[in-house]
Write a protein that binds this ligand. Structure first.
Ligand code: 6PG
Length: 244
């Protein structure tokens, strides 16, 4: 992991505690700003957090008018498909709280092919950021949420993929997913994901313990390569934490 920002491991008792802790981080990062940006993640790990955000007391703590919601990766399916990461976020919290439409930035999976969606999303991110190049002193995001796949992937950056080494593009199409669901993906690259005040990995279940142990012991897995210009934190349930 990046030497500039050593990862911090935060161990919590269980999945509900993980969701509470993540909600606290999110509120802290999006509060007191004219405009804030969050990159959401897919899979099951963020579901508890998403549910909390739609309910009190968390719902009232989020300045919905001022927060913009992106995704770190998505599956190339329509938003009403159960596999869609942004579609899921909408159903579980964004629609329920009435987040302003213009603040929701889905990947355009209604284009003809994933590469087109990647180009369009990169343009959208650049327009939002207001520059063509990322400046490490001006992060694109306030918070980037990340998950840990069973094979060590994160976002849609799978082991041995050339996408892991991308240094110029902000968004890439991934024709073949390394894991289920085997649908094409669109993913932010490591440099784009790194442009954040805080990157927060969510590891919410015991079966992740083996792969998390490998990541933390330095195996060259995608999740290990993730880095952040700001803080890098791993929020982990005790049952998934490696023995010390
Ligand atoms: C996706 C993801 C992916 C996910 C991990 C962990 O779209 O699939 O964003 O990177 O975060 O696979 O998924 P789980 O939380 O379901 O284990």
């Amino acid at each position: 992991m990046d030497a500039k920002s050593p990862p911090q491991l935060i161990i919590v008792d269980d999945a509900p505690a993980l969701a509470e802790a993540a909600a606290g981080r999110l509120v802290e990062q999006v509060s007191g700003k004219d405009r804030a940006a969050v990159a959401l993640t897919g899979g099951s790990s963020p579901q508890g957090l998403y549910r909390l955000l739609a309910e009190e007391p968390w719902r009232s703590k989020v300045p919905w008018d001022r927060v913009h919601w992106f995704v770190g990766d998505d599956r190339f399916v329509p938003e009403n498909d159960a596999l869609s990461n942004m579609g899921t976020a909408r159903r579980v919290f964004l629609d329920r709280v009435g987040a302003p439409r213009q603040n929701i930035h889905p990947m355009p999976t209604d284009t003809n092919y994933p590469e087109g969606a990647a180009r369009l999303y990169e343009d959208e991110l650049k327009a939002f950021y207001g520059a063509e190049r990322l400046d490490p002193t001006k992060p694109l995001f306030d918070l980037v949420l990340m998950g840990l796949g069973d094979d060590g992937h994160t976002a849609s950056l799978f082991p041995n993929s050339p996408a892991l080494d991308e240094s110029q593009r902000w968004v890439l199409a991934i024709a073949k997913a390394g894991m289920e669901p085997f649908v094409p993906r669109v993913t932010l690259t490591f440099p784009a994901l790194a442009s954040t005040r805080e990157m927060l990995f969510l590891v919410d279940s015991a079966p992740k313990r083996g792969i998390l142990t490998r990541v933390l012991s330095g195996d060259d897995l995608p999740a290990r390569r993730a880095h952040a210009d700001g803080k890098l934190e791993w929020l982990v349930v005790r049952a998934a934490a490696p023995e010390r």
